[in-house]
Design a protein around this ligand. Structure first.
Ligand code: ASP
Length: 406
Protein backbone atom coordinates (compact mmCIF):
# COMPACT_ATOMS: atom_id res chain seq x y z
CA UNK A 1 0.00 0.00 0.00
CA UNK A 2 2.99 2.29 0.69
CA UNK A 3 3.64 3.21 -2.93
CA UNK A 4 0.03 4.07 -3.76
CA UNK A 5 -0.92 7.71 -3.20
CA UNK A 6 -3.57 8.62 -0.64
CA UNK A 7 -6.15 9.62 -3.24
CA UNK A 8 -5.80 6.27 -5.00
CA UNK A 9 -6.02 4.45 -1.69
CA UNK A 10 -9.24 6.27 -0.86
CA UNK A 11 -10.66 5.54 -4.31
CA UNK A 12 -9.80 1.85 -4.04
CA UNK A 13 -11.39 1.69 -0.59
CA UNK A 14 -14.47 3.43 -1.98
CA UNK A 15 -14.95 1.03 -4.89
CA UNK A 16 -14.20 -1.97 -2.69
CA UNK A 17 -16.79 -0.75 -0.18
CA UNK A 18 -19.47 -0.56 -2.88
CA UNK A 19 -18.68 -4.08 -4.09
CA UNK A 20 -18.50 -5.59 -0.61
CA UNK A 21 -21.62 -3.72 0.54
CA UNK A 22 -23.61 -4.88 -2.51
CA UNK A 23 -22.51 -8.51 -2.13
CA UNK A 24 -22.74 -8.90 1.64
CA UNK A 25 -25.87 -6.80 2.22
CA UNK A 26 -27.00 -5.52 5.63
CA UNK A 27 -24.63 -7.74 7.62
CA UNK A 28 -21.68 -5.73 6.32
CA UNK A 29 -22.60 -3.53 9.24
CA UNK A 30 -19.82 -5.25 11.20
CA UNK A 31 -17.29 -2.91 9.55
CA UNK A 32 -19.15 0.19 10.76
CA UNK A 33 -16.83 0.67 13.77
CA UNK A 34 -14.01 1.36 11.28
CA UNK A 35 -16.04 4.25 9.90
CA UNK A 36 -16.92 5.47 13.36
CA UNK A 37 -13.28 5.30 14.38
CA UNK A 38 -12.28 7.57 11.50
CA UNK A 39 -15.21 9.90 12.12
CA UNK A 40 -14.31 10.35 15.75
CA UNK A 41 -10.67 10.87 14.87
CA UNK A 42 -11.48 13.76 12.54
CA UNK A 43 -14.19 15.18 14.76
CA UNK A 44 -11.88 15.73 17.69
CA UNK A 45 -9.72 17.99 15.55
CA UNK A 46 -12.48 20.37 14.49
CA UNK A 47 -13.16 22.69 17.42
CA UNK A 48 -9.54 23.57 18.27
CA UNK A 49 -8.72 23.73 14.57
CA UNK A 50 -11.53 26.14 13.67
CA UNK A 51 -10.82 28.34 16.66
CA UNK A 52 -7.07 28.49 16.16
CA UNK A 53 -7.00 28.69 12.38
CA UNK A 54 -9.67 31.36 12.18
CA UNK A 55 -8.05 33.51 14.88
CA UNK A 56 -4.79 33.27 12.95
CA UNK A 57 -6.61 33.77 9.65
CA UNK A 58 -8.11 37.04 10.85
CA UNK A 59 -5.18 38.30 12.93
CA UNK A 60 -2.59 37.15 10.37
CA UNK A 61 -3.85 39.66 7.81
CA UNK A 62 -2.84 42.37 10.27
CA UNK A 63 -5.18 44.88 8.70
CA UNK A 64 -8.85 45.42 9.49
CA UNK A 65 -9.58 46.82 6.03
CA UNK A 66 -8.13 43.74 4.39
CA UNK A 67 -10.17 41.43 6.59
CA UNK A 68 -13.30 43.34 5.64
CA UNK A 69 -12.47 43.10 1.95
CA UNK A 70 -11.65 39.42 2.06
CA UNK A 71 -14.78 38.75 4.09
CA UNK A 72 -16.86 40.70 1.58
CA UNK A 73 -15.52 38.82 -1.45
CA UNK A 74 -15.90 35.48 0.31
CA UNK A 75 -19.45 36.15 1.38
CA UNK A 76 -20.45 37.45 -2.05
CA UNK A 77 -18.96 34.39 -3.76
CA UNK A 78 -20.73 32.07 -1.34
CA UNK A 79 -24.11 33.73 -1.85
CA UNK A 80 -23.85 33.89 -5.60
CA UNK A 81 -22.76 30.29 -6.13
CA UNK A 82 -25.42 29.04 -3.73
CA UNK A 83 -28.18 30.93 -5.53
CA UNK A 84 -26.82 29.50 -8.75
CA UNK A 85 -26.97 25.99 -7.31
CA UNK A 86 -30.65 26.28 -6.29
CA UNK A 87 -31.47 27.58 -9.74
CA UNK A 88 -29.83 24.57 -11.37
CA UNK A 89 -31.79 22.31 -9.02
CA UNK A 90 -35.07 24.02 -9.87
CA UNK A 91 -34.45 23.91 -13.61
CA UNK A 92 -33.69 20.18 -13.52
CA UNK A 93 -36.66 19.42 -11.28
CA UNK A 94 -38.90 21.33 -13.70
CA UNK A 95 -37.52 19.39 -16.64
CA UNK A 96 -37.54 15.90 -15.13
CA UNK A 97 -40.54 16.22 -12.78
CA UNK A 98 -39.32 13.59 -10.27
CA UNK A 99 -42.48 13.89 -8.16
CA UNK A 100 -45.07 13.27 -10.88
CA UNK A 101 -46.85 9.94 -11.22
CA UNK A 102 -45.31 8.43 -8.10
CA UNK A 103 -47.11 5.51 -6.57
CA UNK A 104 -46.16 5.70 -2.93
CA UNK A 105 -48.30 6.63 0.00
CA UNK A 106 -47.26 9.90 1.59
CA UNK A 107 -48.35 8.66 4.97
CA UNK A 108 -46.29 5.49 5.15
CA UNK A 109 -43.88 7.27 7.42
CA UNK A 110 -44.95 9.81 9.95
CA UNK A 111 -43.57 13.21 9.19
CA UNK A 112 -41.31 14.17 12.00
CA UNK A 113 -39.44 17.17 10.77
CA UNK A 114 -37.84 18.94 13.67
CA UNK A 115 -38.89 22.58 13.93
CA UNK A 116 -36.48 24.74 11.99
CA UNK A 117 -35.69 27.92 13.92
CA UNK A 118 -36.85 31.27 12.55
CA UNK A 119 -34.52 33.61 10.66
CA UNK A 120 -34.15 36.22 13.41
CA UNK A 121 -33.45 33.61 16.07
CA UNK A 122 -30.91 31.94 13.81
CA UNK A 123 -29.11 35.24 13.31
CA UNK A 124 -29.18 36.21 16.99
CA UNK A 125 -27.97 32.77 17.91
CA UNK A 126 -24.69 33.40 16.13
CA UNK A 127 -23.64 35.61 19.02
CA UNK A 128 -22.49 33.44 21.91
CA UNK A 129 -23.47 34.46 25.40
CA UNK A 130 -20.69 32.27 26.67
CA UNK A 131 -17.97 31.43 24.15
CA UNK A 132 -16.54 28.70 26.34
CA UNK A 133 -19.91 26.95 26.27
CA UNK A 134 -19.91 27.32 22.47
CA UNK A 135 -16.54 25.59 22.34
CA UNK A 136 -17.71 22.83 24.65
CA UNK A 137 -20.89 22.29 22.63
CA UNK A 138 -19.11 22.58 19.30
CA UNK A 139 -21.47 25.31 18.09
CA UNK A 140 -19.68 26.26 14.88
CA UNK A 141 -21.26 29.60 14.06
CA UNK A 142 -20.72 30.84 17.61
CA UNK A 143 -17.13 29.61 17.57
CA UNK A 144 -16.58 31.45 14.30
CA UNK A 145 -18.04 34.63 15.75
CA UNK A 146 -15.79 34.35 18.80
CA UNK A 147 -12.72 33.56 16.71
CA UNK A 148 -13.28 36.49 14.35
CA UNK A 149 -13.55 38.88 17.28
CA UNK A 150 -10.50 37.41 18.97
CA UNK A 151 -8.63 37.88 15.70
CA UNK A 152 -9.85 41.46 15.38
CA UNK A 153 -8.83 42.22 18.96
CA UNK A 154 -5.36 40.82 18.37
CA UNK A 155 -5.06 42.86 15.16
CA UNK A 156 -5.99 46.08 16.94
CA UNK A 157 -3.58 45.43 19.82
CA UNK A 158 -0.74 44.48 17.51
CA UNK A 159 2.50 43.64 19.32
CA UNK A 160 0.81 43.76 22.70
CA UNK A 161 -1.10 40.57 21.84
CA UNK A 162 1.83 38.78 20.23
CA UNK A 163 1.88 35.96 22.80
CA UNK A 164 -1.77 35.12 22.30
CA UNK A 165 -1.31 35.26 18.53
CA UNK A 166 1.66 32.92 18.72
CA UNK A 167 -0.28 30.56 20.93
CA UNK A 168 -3.09 30.21 18.37
CA UNK A 169 -0.61 30.04 15.52
CA UNK A 170 1.18 27.12 17.15
CA UNK A 171 -2.09 25.45 18.14
CA UNK A 172 -3.30 25.67 14.53
CA UNK A 173 -0.01 24.22 13.34
CA UNK A 174 -0.37 21.31 15.77
CA UNK A 175 -3.92 20.61 14.63
CA UNK A 176 -2.76 20.54 10.98
CA UNK A 177 -0.11 18.01 11.93
CA UNK A 178 -2.67 15.85 13.68
CA UNK A 179 -4.86 16.07 10.56
CA UNK A 180 -2.01 14.71 8.48
CA UNK A 181 -1.67 11.75 10.82
CA UNK A 182 -5.42 11.05 10.91
CA UNK A 183 -5.66 11.25 7.12
CA UNK A 184 -3.68 8.03 6.91
CA UNK A 185 -6.80 6.32 8.26
CA UNK A 186 -9.00 7.80 5.53
CA UNK A 187 -9.10 4.71 3.27
CA UNK A 188 -10.14 2.49 6.18
CA UNK A 189 -12.66 5.09 7.32
CA UNK A 190 -14.18 5.51 3.87
CA UNK A 191 -14.55 1.74 3.59
CA UNK A 192 -16.18 1.54 7.01
CA UNK A 193 -18.63 4.31 6.15
CA UNK A 194 -19.58 3.42 2.60
CA UNK A 195 -19.92 -0.38 2.81
CA UNK A 196 -22.66 -0.35 5.49
CA UNK A 197 -24.55 2.36 3.60
CA UNK A 198 -24.52 0.32 0.41
CA UNK A 199 -25.45 -2.81 2.37
CA UNK A 200 -28.32 -1.06 4.12
CA UNK A 201 -30.07 0.52 1.16
CA UNK A 202 -31.64 -2.16 -0.96
CA UNK A 203 -33.13 -1.60 -4.37
CA UNK A 204 -36.65 -1.56 -2.91
CA UNK A 205 -35.83 1.51 -0.81
CA UNK A 206 -34.15 3.39 -3.59
CA UNK A 207 -36.19 2.49 -6.66
CA UNK A 208 -39.40 4.49 -6.06
CA UNK A 209 -37.37 7.62 -5.49
CA UNK A 210 -34.73 6.91 -8.07
CA UNK A 211 -35.71 9.95 -10.12
CA UNK A 212 -35.14 12.38 -7.22
CA UNK A 213 -31.82 10.74 -6.50
CA UNK A 214 -30.77 11.01 -10.13
CA UNK A 215 -31.91 14.62 -10.42
CA UNK A 216 -30.03 15.66 -7.25
CA UNK A 217 -26.88 13.82 -8.37
CA UNK A 218 -27.10 15.22 -11.89
CA UNK A 219 -27.64 18.74 -10.52
CA UNK A 220 -24.71 18.46 -8.14
CA UNK A 221 -22.39 17.19 -10.84
CA UNK A 222 -23.55 19.88 -13.27
CA UNK A 223 -23.07 22.59 -10.66
CA UNK A 224 -19.58 21.39 -9.83
CA UNK A 225 -18.55 21.01 -13.44
CA UNK A 226 -20.07 24.27 -14.63
CA UNK A 227 -19.80 26.69 -11.73
CA UNK A 228 -16.54 25.63 -10.12
CA UNK A 229 -14.70 24.89 -13.36
CA UNK A 230 -15.58 28.30 -14.70
CA UNK A 231 -14.77 30.18 -11.50
CA UNK A 232 -11.37 28.58 -10.85
CA UNK A 233 -10.50 28.97 -14.52
CA UNK A 234 -11.63 32.58 -14.85
CA UNK A 235 -10.51 33.96 -11.50
CA UNK A 236 -7.49 31.82 -10.70
CA UNK A 237 -6.43 30.63 -14.15
CA UNK A 238 -6.38 27.14 -12.70
CA UNK A 239 -7.01 24.06 -14.80
CA UNK A 240 -10.35 22.67 -13.52
CA UNK A 241 -8.93 19.15 -13.67
CA UNK A 242 -6.15 20.15 -11.32
CA UNK A 243 -8.76 21.65 -9.05
CA UNK A 244 -10.97 18.58 -8.93
CA UNK A 245 -8.02 16.22 -8.52
CA UNK A 246 -6.56 18.36 -5.76
CA UNK A 247 -9.74 18.50 -3.75
CA UNK A 248 -10.79 14.88 -4.50
CA UNK A 249 -9.65 13.38 -1.16
CA UNK A 250 -11.74 15.93 0.76
CA UNK A 251 -14.69 15.46 -1.61
CA UNK A 252 -14.57 11.70 -1.12
CA UNK A 253 -14.28 12.01 2.64
CA UNK A 254 -17.22 14.44 2.58
CA UNK A 255 -19.19 11.93 0.50
CA UNK A 256 -18.49 9.20 3.03
CA UNK A 257 -18.93 11.17 6.25
CA UNK A 258 -21.75 13.49 5.10
CA UNK A 259 -20.28 16.25 7.23
CA UNK A 260 -18.65 19.43 5.91
CA UNK A 261 -17.45 20.34 9.37
CA UNK A 262 -15.99 16.89 9.88
CA UNK A 263 -14.19 17.13 6.55
CA UNK A 264 -12.82 20.62 7.28
CA UNK A 265 -9.32 19.57 8.40
CA UNK A 266 -8.90 17.65 5.14
CA UNK A 267 -10.37 20.47 3.04
CA UNK A 268 -7.80 22.85 4.51
CA UNK A 269 -4.98 20.37 3.97
CA UNK A 270 -5.93 19.68 0.33
CA UNK A 271 -6.47 23.36 -0.49
CA UNK A 272 -3.06 24.33 0.82
CA UNK A 273 -1.02 21.40 -0.39
CA UNK A 274 -2.71 20.60 -3.71
CA UNK A 275 -4.27 23.89 -4.77
CA UNK A 276 -1.69 26.35 -3.54
CA UNK A 277 -4.04 28.32 -1.31
CA UNK A 278 -2.18 30.37 1.28
CA UNK A 279 -2.60 29.64 4.98
CA UNK A 280 -4.04 33.12 5.47
CA UNK A 281 -6.83 32.56 2.99
CA UNK A 282 -7.57 28.91 3.78
CA UNK A 283 -7.82 29.51 7.49
CA UNK A 284 -10.32 32.29 6.93
CA UNK A 285 -12.40 31.11 3.97
CA UNK A 286 -12.70 27.40 4.72
CA UNK A 287 -13.97 27.29 8.32
CA UNK A 288 -16.53 29.89 7.30
CA UNK A 289 -17.48 27.91 4.21
CA UNK A 290 -17.83 24.62 6.08
CA UNK A 291 -20.45 26.31 8.22
CA UNK A 292 -22.34 28.67 5.93
CA UNK A 293 -21.63 27.73 2.33
CA UNK A 294 -23.75 24.79 1.20
CA UNK A 295 -24.31 24.77 -2.54
CA UNK A 296 -25.18 21.08 -2.62
CA UNK A 297 -27.66 21.48 0.20
CA UNK A 298 -29.34 24.44 -1.48
CA UNK A 299 -29.59 22.56 -4.76
CA UNK A 300 -31.04 19.52 -3.00
CA UNK A 301 -33.58 21.71 -1.22
CA UNK A 302 -34.64 23.23 -4.53
CA UNK A 303 -35.17 19.80 -6.07
CA UNK A 304 -36.97 18.43 -3.01
CA UNK A 305 -39.42 21.29 -2.73
CA UNK A 306 -40.40 20.91 -6.35
CA UNK A 307 -40.57 17.16 -5.88
CA UNK A 308 -42.99 17.61 -2.97
CA UNK A 309 -45.07 20.11 -4.94
CA UNK A 310 -45.29 17.74 -7.89
CA UNK A 311 -46.12 14.79 -5.66
CA UNK A 312 -49.05 16.58 -4.03
CA UNK A 313 -50.16 18.12 -7.33
CA UNK A 314 -49.34 21.77 -6.62
CA UNK A 315 -48.22 24.06 -9.41
CA UNK A 316 -45.61 26.52 -8.25
CA UNK A 317 -45.59 29.90 -9.96
CA UNK A 318 -42.44 31.65 -11.11
CA UNK A 319 -42.65 33.99 -8.12
CA UNK A 320 -42.89 31.01 -5.77
CA UNK A 321 -39.85 29.47 -7.40
CA UNK A 322 -37.97 32.73 -6.84
CA UNK A 323 -39.00 32.53 -3.20
CA UNK A 324 -37.46 29.06 -3.15
CA UNK A 325 -34.17 30.43 -4.48
CA UNK A 326 -34.14 32.97 -1.67
CA UNK A 327 -35.23 30.70 1.17
CA UNK A 328 -33.09 27.76 0.09
CA UNK A 329 -30.06 30.06 -0.05
CA UNK A 330 -30.84 31.31 3.46
CA UNK A 331 -31.73 27.86 4.75
CA UNK A 332 -28.47 26.43 3.47
CA UNK A 333 -26.55 29.17 5.28
CA UNK A 334 -28.35 28.19 8.47
CA UNK A 335 -27.67 24.49 7.91
CA UNK A 336 -24.96 23.10 10.16
CA UNK A 337 -22.21 21.11 8.46
CA UNK A 338 -23.32 17.86 10.05
CA UNK A 339 -25.11 14.78 8.68
CA UNK A 340 -28.76 15.27 7.85
CA UNK A 341 -28.96 18.94 8.81
CA UNK A 342 -30.19 19.91 5.36
CA UNK A 343 -33.31 17.78 5.80
CA UNK A 344 -34.27 19.71 8.92
CA UNK A 345 -33.79 23.06 7.23
CA UNK A 346 -35.88 21.83 4.32
CA UNK A 347 -38.93 22.48 6.51
CA UNK A 348 -38.23 26.19 6.25
CA UNK A 349 -38.17 26.12 2.47
CA UNK A 350 -41.20 23.87 2.16
CA UNK A 351 -43.34 26.07 4.40
CA UNK A 352 -42.16 29.27 2.68
CA UNK A 353 -44.22 28.31 -0.35
CA UNK A 354 -47.07 26.79 1.63
CA UNK A 355 -46.48 23.11 0.87
CA UNK A 356 -47.33 20.31 3.32
CA UNK A 357 -44.34 19.41 5.50
CA UNK A 358 -45.50 15.77 5.41
CA UNK A 359 -43.75 15.62 2.07
CA UNK A 360 -40.46 15.70 3.87
CA UNK A 361 -41.13 12.19 5.20
CA UNK A 362 -40.93 10.95 1.62
CA UNK A 363 -37.38 12.22 1.35
CA UNK A 364 -36.31 11.14 4.83
CA UNK A 365 -35.96 7.48 3.88
CA UNK A 366 -33.31 8.18 1.26
CA UNK A 367 -31.78 11.29 2.76
CA UNK A 368 -28.42 9.73 3.52
CA UNK A 369 -27.91 8.95 -0.17
CA UNK A 370 -28.69 12.58 -1.07
CA UNK A 371 -26.61 13.88 1.84
CA UNK A 372 -23.52 12.20 0.44
CA UNK A 373 -23.46 14.05 -2.85
CA UNK A 374 -24.64 17.38 -1.44
CA UNK A 375 -21.96 17.38 1.25
CA UNK A 376 -19.35 16.53 -1.34
CA UNK A 377 -20.45 19.53 -3.40
CA UNK A 378 -20.60 21.73 -0.31
CA UNK A 379 -16.96 21.00 0.43
CA UNK A 380 -15.85 21.34 -3.19
CA UNK A 381 -17.61 24.71 -3.30
CA UNK A 382 -15.74 25.90 -0.20
CA UNK A 383 -12.45 24.96 -1.81
CA UNK A 384 -13.36 26.76 -5.02
CA UNK A 385 -13.97 29.90 -2.96
CA UNK A 386 -10.58 29.50 -1.31
CA UNK A 387 -8.90 29.22 -4.72
CA UNK A 388 -10.74 32.26 -6.08
CA UNK A 389 -10.19 34.48 -3.02
CA UNK A 390 -6.55 33.41 -2.93
CA UNK A 391 -6.07 34.44 -6.56
CA UNK A 392 -7.78 37.81 -6.01
CA UNK A 393 -5.66 38.50 -2.93
CA UNK A 394 -2.45 37.50 -4.71
CA UNK A 395 -3.25 39.83 -7.58
CA UNK A 396 -3.91 42.68 -5.20
CA UNK A 397 -0.69 42.09 -3.30
CA UNK A 398 1.23 42.03 -6.55
CA UNK A 399 -0.28 45.36 -7.53
CA UNK A 400 0.54 46.83 -4.14
CA UNK A 401 4.14 45.63 -4.32
CA UNK A 402 4.39 47.12 -7.82
CA UNK A 403 3.35 50.45 -6.37
CA UNK A 404 -0.06 50.62 -7.99
CA UNK A 405 -2.53 52.10 -5.54
CA UNK A 406 -5.54 49.87 -5.02
N1 ASP B 1 -24.47 17.15 5.62
C1 ASP B 1 -24.36 18.43 5.01
C2 ASP B 1 -22.98 19.03 5.28
O1 ASP B 1 -22.37 18.69 6.26
C3 ASP B 1 -25.40 19.37 5.45
C4 ASP B 1 -26.73 18.89 4.96
O2 ASP B 1 -27.31 18.03 5.61
O3 ASP B 1 -27.16 19.34 3.90
O4 ASP B 1 -22.52 19.83 4.52
Amino acid sequence: MKKIGLLSQILIAFILAIIVGAIVGPSVEVVKPLGDLFLRMIKFIIVPLVLASLVVGVAGTGDIKKIGRMGGITFFYYLLTTAFAVTIGLILANIFSPGKGLDIAATTETADPAEAPGVIDTLLNIIPTNPIASLVNGDMLQIIFFAIFLGLGITILGDKAKTVYNFFDELAEIMYKITAIVMKLAPIGVFGLIAPTVGEYGVSVLLPLLKVILVVYLGCILHAVLTYSVSVKVFAKMNPLKFFKGIAPASLVAFSTTSSSGTLPITIKNSEENLGVSRKVSSFVLPLGATINMDGTALYQGVCVLFIAQFFGYDLSFAQQLTIVLTATLASIGTAGVPGAGLIMLTMVVTSVGLPVEGIALIAGIDRILDMIRTSVNVTGDASAAVVVNAIEEKRELKVSNGVSV
